[in-house]
Design a protein around this ligand. Structure first.
Ligand SMILES: NC(=O)c1ccc[n+]([C@@H]2O[C@H](COP(=O)([O-])OP(=O)(O)OC[C@H]3O[C@@H](n4cnc5c(N)ncnc54)[C@H](O)[C@@H]3O)[C@@H](O)[C@H]2O)c1
Length: 249
């Protein structure tokens, strides 16, 4: 089968909702074994149950990606439950939008801690196990906002730009071990994160999208599946946009 992840051991963070949930389900349909992680325990249990209904293995873990100690303990538990890890998808993220003049320190720190440090935490703790496996893929969910910036999102743009730099640095560090590290930069994807935006902001976004519609979480998941596959072994350190043409060039 093309683009196979069959029997691969995968961690997906933020798998209780939106893009992370779609990634976990698409990987499960492709036969992968999934450790679904989220701070929202009820939500991630539901994802695991939905995956089991497809007939694949899924185990749910409650973890705050921003807490290094919790992440370290969770990764150790996953390694013991799955006997290793081969693919890591750093997807968990939050927004706390506000114009910079009114943005408080906590909203800046929380967005950096969960989006950027969360990506560091899971990558740092999982990397030695990817190195042990004969195969390794790391896929970080960034955003076009990390490349373009956006009014009211200085914290989020900084975190996502940080993820892009982190992706490139780690890609160079582990390339000799045949582990690839890439980032996906989605544009405007229909999930609970964007559903809560006011209609006026949504219609402003839509005007900037040549394809004229929101993306679907599954469309992010299909790109993620390709990047995680054997066939994508010559792609590393890249930021691949999935944004309906919002940002070109
Ligand atoms: N939706 C979009 O338009 C869009 C665009 C570009 C990038 N992204 C990125 O995609 C990723 C997923 O976004 P989404 O739209 O699916 O959002 P979402 O809000 O639907 O899902 C995010 C998930 O992350 C979990 N989470 C939040 N904080 C956490 C923490 N500290 N530890 C563990 N889990 C935590 C939430 O509980 C939730 O299940 C994020 O990194 C987001 O920045 C989304």
């Amino acid at each position: 089968m093309l683009f196979s992840v069959k029997n691969r051991k995968v961690i997906v963070t933020g798998a209780g909702s939106g893009i992370g949930k779609a990634i976990a389900k698409v990987f499960a349909e492709a036969g992968a074994l999934i450790a679904v992680c989220d701070i929202n325990e009820d939500a991630v249990q539901i994802t695991a149950k939905e995956i089991e209904a497809i007939g694949s293995k899924a185990v749910a873990y409650k973890v705050d990606v921003g807490d290094y100690k919790e992440v370290s303990q969770t990764v150790e538990k996953i390694v013991s439950d799955f006997d290793g890890i081969e693919i890591l998808v750093n997807n968990a993220g939050i927004t706390r939008d506000m114009l910079l003049l009114r943005m408080n320190e906590k909203d800046f720190d929380d967005v950096i801690r969960i989006n950027l440090k969360g990506t560091f935490n899971f990558t740092r703790c999982a990397l030695k196990y990817l190195l042990k496996a004969d195969f390794g893929r790391i896929i970080n969910i960034a955003s076009v906002i990390g490349e373009m910036g956006n009014v009211g999102q200085a914290n989020y743009a900084a975190a996502k730009a940080g993820i892009i730099g982190f992706t490139k640095a780690v890609a160079r560090e582990v390339a000799s071990r045949k582990i690839t590290v890439n980032a996906i930069a989605p544009g405007f994807i229909k999930t609970p994160m964007t559903d809560k935006l006011p209609e006026e902001i949504k219609s402003q976004y839509l005007k900037q999208i040549p394809l004229g519609r929101e993306g679907l979480p599954e469309e992010v998941a299909y790109l993620c599946l390709f990047l995680a596959s054997e066939e994508a072994g010559y792609i590393t350190g890249q930021v691949i946009r999935l944004d309906g043409g919002m940002l070109m060039g």
